[in-house]
Design a protein around this ligand. Structure first.
Ligand SMILES: [Fe+2]
Length: 266
C-alpha cells in the first residue's frame, strides 16, 4: 500500500505558531512549510519540534539577472537546519528587489532561450543546495512568447534540470480562469512523476471581477478540492499537500479544512 500522504500548513510568521502547534499535536499536520528568507519577524523555531519544508518565492530562477547569493545562503541554511526533503523555488522572472515577495507573480517570457537560462539556474541551485529543487509557477495573467504556455515552460525546465515540481492548484486554477482555458489545461505538459507536492489555497477575483488572485484568507473551493483528490489518486510520487492559509484568517476554517484534508486525502 502507498505511504500516507503528508499534510502540511504554510508558516508565514510567529503569529501562527499556536495554531500550527495545536494542529500538529492533534495529528492534523505532519509539517509546516516556511518561506525564506523570512522578513523582519522571528524565524521558524526548531524548538516547535515540527518538521519544516523550506520554500522560497524570492529567487528569479527564470531570469538572466540570475540568483541572489544572499537569498540562496539563507535558504540553504534553513534547509540544512531543518533537513528539508526538497526546496521549493518559483519559476519567476523577478527576484531580489525589496518587493521580492510579490516577484513570484511576474512570469517569464515563454521563450526557449529563457527556458535555457532557467535550466542553468535550477541546476546551479540544486548543486548549491545539495538537495532536490521543486519548481512552482505563480498565477498567470497573460502569456508572452512562442512556447504554448507556462505549463510547457515548467515541464521543459523541470525535465532538463531534473527537478521536482510543486503544483499549486490555486495558482493553476487562477491561471486557467484568467487565460480562459479549460480547468485541466496543460497538465499533460508536466511529467507526472516529477510532482511531489500540491499547494491548496483560496482564490478571489479583483475589483474588475475578471482576474483571479491567490487568497490565503479563503478556503479552496470544491473544484480545487476535487482536483487535489483526483491528483492524490493518480500522481505516482506525490508526497505532500500544503494548505496555505494566513494567520489572520479564521482559526475555525483552518482546523475544519485540515480535518477534511486528513480524512479525505491522506
Ligand atoms: Fe504556492
Amino acid at each position: 500500500m502507498r505511504e500516507r500522504m503528508s499534510i502540511g500548513a504554510r508558516w508565514d510568521g510567529g503569529g501562527q505558531n499556536a495554531r500550527l502547534r495545536q494542529a500538529f499535536d492533534a495529528g492534523l499536520i505532519d509539517f509546516v512549510e516556511a518561506n525564506y528568507p523570512v522578513g523582519s519577524g522571528p524565524d521558524c523555531d526548531p524548538s516547535m519540534g515540527i518538521p519544516v519544508y523550506v520554500h522560497s518565492p524570492a529567487n528569479s530562477v527564470a531570469s538572466p539577472t540570475g540568483l541572489n547569493r544572499h537569498i540562496c545562503e539563507q535558504v540553504k541554511a534553513a534547509a540544512t537546519r531543518f533537513d528539508s526533503p526538497w526546496i521549493g523555488e518559483h519559476l519567476c522572472a523577478t527576484g531580489p528587489e525589496a518587493q521580492s515577495r510579490l516577484g513570484y507573480i511576474v512570469n517569464p517570457i515563454l521563450d526557449p532561450r529563457l527556458a535555457d537560462v532557467a535550466v542553468e539556474n535550477a541546476r546551479a541551485l540544486q548543486r548549491y543546495y545539495g538537495r532536490p529543487l521543486a519548481l512552482e509557477l505563480g498565477p498567470q495573467y497573460q502569456t508572452v512568447g512562442e512556447m504554448p504556455s507556462e505549463m510547457h515552460f515548467l515541464g521543459d525546465v523541470a525535465r532538463r534540470a531534473d527537478c521536482h515540481i510543486v503544483l499549486d492548484i490555486a495558482h493553476y486554477t487562477a491561471s486557467n480562469r484568467n487565460l480562459r482555458r479549460s480547468e485541466d489545461y496543460g497538465l499533460d505538459a508536466l511529467e507526472p512523476e516529477r510532482i511531489v507536492e500540491l499547494h491548496l489555497a483560496g482564490l478571489r477575483t479583483g475589483k474588475d471581477r475578471r482576474y483571479w488572485h491567490d487568497a490565503h484568507e479563503r478556503l479552496p473551493d470544491e473544484g480545487m478540492v476535487a482536483m487535489a483528490k483526483s491528483l492524490a489518486q493518480s500522481l505516482p510520487n506525490l508526497r505532500a499537500i500544503t494548505f496555505e492559509h494566513e494567520g489572520k484568517a479564521p482559526e475555525a476554517d483552518f482546523f475544519a479544512f485540515l480535518t477534511r484534508l486528513r480524512e479525505e486525502l491522506s
